[in-house]
Each structure stands twice: as C-alpha cells, then as structure tokens.
Design a protein around this ligand. Structure first.
Ligand code: UGA
Length: 433
C-alpha cells in the first residue's frame, strides 16, 4: 500500500499558488487550494487556467484528482495543517509592500489552531516575527519563492535552492516543510525567519542590479562603438560574475523585480537607511524603457503621425503577464511624441487590450507591420526570430527595426533590406537624443 502523503493547503491561487498546488500534487500530496474569487475557483475546478504558463495547465489537469479548489477557508483548515500563503503583496503608493491580503488571511485563521503557516508571499523582513506574535499557537515558516514566470513548472521541480526560515520553537514545522521539498533533492538552507525574508528581497534586488548595470554598460558601449553582447560574454566568463542576467535591453518588468526592489528600498528607508544603489537601479530601469524613442527619432526625425509597430507586449516571453511591462511605458511615450502605435503579442493581446486602449492590436506580426514606419522588438518571442523578414520589409512603409532585446539576427535583417538598431551596439545613424 502506498504511503499517504501529508495534505498541503494553499491560500491564494494566483500564479505562485497554482504552481505550488500543482507541484505538490505532482509529488503525490493531496492539495486543497483556496481562493476568494468564486469564478477563478470554478474555472480551475474545470481545469481552465486564466494565465499562460507553459506546462502548468497540463500539470493541473494531470493531478486533478489530488487537487481540490475551494473558496471556503473552513474546508482548507479541515483538510490540511501545512498551509502555504501565496497571496500577492503588490506595491502601495508609498512603494512599500501591501500586506493587506496577508493580514486578511491571518484574520481568518483560528488563534488557537495548530496549523503551520508557510509564507511564500514576498513580505518585508520582520513580517514573520509580527505575525508570530499575533498568533502564538501557530507555527511559522518563511519559505520564499524563487520561481520565474515562463519556466515555473521546471523551476518548481528543479529549484536552485530551497530556503526555510524558522525561529526557535518552530523547528518541527521547519522539518515538516523541508520534508515536503526533500524529493526534489535541492540544496536546502535552513535559517531564521528574518534572514529568509531578506534572502528573497536581496536576490531579486541583486538580479535587478545586474540588469541595470549591463544596461548602463550598453549605453556606454553605444558611445564608444563597443558591442554589449561581446562585453557581457567576456564578463560572464569570470565565474565570480557569471553569465546570467547580463542581457541588455529595454529594462526589466514583471510583478516581482520592480515591486521587490522598491519594497527593499522602502524597508531600508523605514529603518532610517537610505539604500542609494537601489535608487539608481530603479532610475536606470525607468530611463532604459524609453531608450527606443531616441533611436527612432534618430532615424525618423519627428514621430508625429509615424506608425510604430511593437512586436511583443508581455514583460517577457512565455507569459501573458503585462505587469510593469516595458511595452506600457514605451507605448505611452511614443503616443506622447505623436506616433500611431500598433502592437502584436502572441499571447498577451487580450490582457493588453484592457491596459492599452488607444493602441491598435493586430492578429499577427505581419499584420502589425503593414504600413509601419518602424518595428520595435519589445518581447523576445521565438516566432519573431522566425518571421519572414523579407515579406515584412515589403509590407512596411520603411524597413527599420529597433531590437529592444538584441534578439534578432542583424545580418539576416540587413540582408532583407532593413536598417537595424539594437541596444548597446554601434549605431547606424547618428546618436540617440
Ligand atoms: C523573478 C526572479 O527571476 C525569480 O527568481 C523570482 O522568483 C520572481 O522574480 C519572483 O520574485 O516571483 P520573473 O519576474 O518571473 O522572476 O522573471 P525574470 O526571468 O527574472 O525576468 C524579469 C525581467 O528582467 C524581465 O522583464 C526580463 O526581460 C528582464 N531581464 C532578465 C533582462 O532585461 N535581462 C536579463 O539578463 C534578464
């Protein structure tokens, strides 16, 4: 007879919660996943997902018999003792993390229960301690999330590391969480709660810093005639630096880096420490999202009534997530300069329609490029590399591509008759303003 695995509870079935629920079901655990939105719960119960994440729908459907979706906290509390909190913590107007959803969950928990609260939501260091004070009977474990959108299923199954933070008195709970992750065979770091919370924030802030750093190097490369791709390759060969997260482009976006960099800066600020470096990381990123505008002007002069086609809208490929996407800033800046903006994304068009009401959305890349004065590659979807660029040139008013992710093959584009500009490469015309 097979051993019955410990049931797992998941509170908040957004992107992190759903991957967590499906992942533990895949490892053989019965899972009860609770969300306050009835429509979402009903759709998930039918095996329908409201987001694009490769492999996730299949994993949910494959494990449908092990996962119960519910809106009822009571059902969750009855069925599971190990409760992963996966509600979102978006930024407030002040740049701090909004903990209202975490607090709403805490308010629903019985003060005298024996549950283990496992915090996956990204929270400021110090949050765990204060929750623990409010709910002394519960055990509390910080278990930050390191999944990347677009590769979340693979990341769940093969994590670089599992971080488990628990304070004295919660050793048993920490061991139970370590036991859940043990089949994955990942390196596991057991530490205190505040350190686990800081590991998450510091990791995202460091990765964002790497991106802003290489983007500034890219901007200098343009001035001195160097190629940032070569520079990053040469830097990355130094194992102390490492090759990853050195892709220059039009800035980072998504639901995590912008929010977590700001939350860490504010967390420091609230204690009286000015985290100067992160202020620059944020500013560099904001300016980088606009770099393309100057490049277009260097080729086209005034952008008034110029038709600019954005290829890709999602903040990165393999997701339909539009949160803090560079495309949002770019579209608004281009419209501010008087350009007519048309766009196409293989999966994010529907979400984009809610956010970009004055941008025309096309059904294909070639349709977007029809009559355009310039194409801007915003998101590096594979299909853009495969596009018939000769056919694209024939449809466009002017064959100009600004590659915001250094993703396309400049030789191929030039052979198809295009003027090509990347980020951090020698400029073809003038210098961007
Ligand atoms: C990020 C972290 O990578 C995950 O480890 C973390 O779990 C997650 O945030 C989170 O906190 O939940 P994610 O936002 O899904 O994951 O996406 P990334 O792949 O990290 O990319 C973030 C942004 O940086 C994208 O806009 C991407 O285009 C940009 N980027 C990334 C660059 O501009 N250059 C690079 O070299 C790498």
């Amino acid at each position: 007879m097979s051993e019955r695995r410990e049931p797992v509870g998941v509170i908040g079935v957004g992107w992190v919660g759903l991957v967590t629920a499906a992942g533990f079901a895949e490892l053989g655990h019965p899972v009860i996943a609770r969300d306050i939105l009835p429509d979402k719960v009903a759709a998930l119960s039918r095996g329908e997902l409201q987001m694009h994440e490769p492999g996730l729908a299949e994993m949910v459907r494959r494990n449908a018999e092990r996962i119960t979706f519910t809106t009822e906290m009571a059902e969750l509390l009855e069925g599971a003792r190990l409760l992963f909190v996966c509600v979102d913590t978006p930024p407030t107007y002040s740049g701090d993390a909004d903990l209202s959803r975490v607090r709403a969950v805490i308010d629903e928990l019985p003060a005298d229960g024996d549950q283990v609260l496992i915090m996956k939501s990204t929270v400021p260091a110090g949050t765990g301690e204060s929750i623990r004070r409010d709910l002394p009977r519960l055990s509390y474990v910080s278990c930050p999330e390191f999944l990347k959108e677009g590769t979340a299923v693979a990341d769940f199954m093969n994590p670089d590391r599992v971080v488990i933070g628990a304070n004295p008195g919660d050793e048993e709970a920490a061991a139970a969480v370590a036991g859940l992750y043990a089949p994955l065979g990942a390196e596991t770091l057991q530490t205190d709660v505040a350190s686990a919370e800081m590991i998450k924030l510091a990791s995202n802030a460091f990765l964002a810093t790497k991106i802003s750093f290489i983007n500034e190097i890219a901007n200098v490369c343009e001035e001195v005639g160097a190629d940032v791709g070569e520079v990053a390759r040469g830097m990355g060969l130094d194992e102390r630096i490492g090759a990853s997260f050195l892709r220059a482009g039009i800035g980072y976006g998504g639901s995590c880096f912008p929010k977590d960099v700001s939350a860490l800066k504010m967390l420091a600020g609230n204690t009286g420490y000015h985290f100067q470096l992160l202020t620059s990381v944020i500013e560099v990123n904001e300016l980088q999202k606009r770099r393309v505008v100057g490049k277009l002007q260097a080729h086209l002069g005034s952008l008034i009534d110029k038709r600019v086609a954005l290829l890709g809208l999602a903040f990165k490929p393999d997701t339909d997530d539009m949160r803090e996407a560079s495309s949002l800033v770019l579209a608004a800046r281009l419209q501010g300069e008087g350009a007519e903006v048309v766009a196409y994304d293989p999966v994010a068009n529907a979400r984009a329609a809610e956010l970009l009401d004055s941008v025309e959305l096309a059904e294909s890349a070639l349709e977007a490029l029809e009559g355009a004065d310039a194409a801007v590659l915003v998101t590096e979807w594979g299909e853009f590399a495969e596009l018939d660029w000769a056919a694209a040139a024939a449809r466009m008013a002017r064959p100009l591509v600004v590659d915001g992710r250094n993703f396309l093959d400049p030789g191929k584009l030039r052979a198809a008759g295009f003027a090509y500009e990347g980020i951090g490469k020698k400029q073809e015309i003038g210098a961007p303003s």
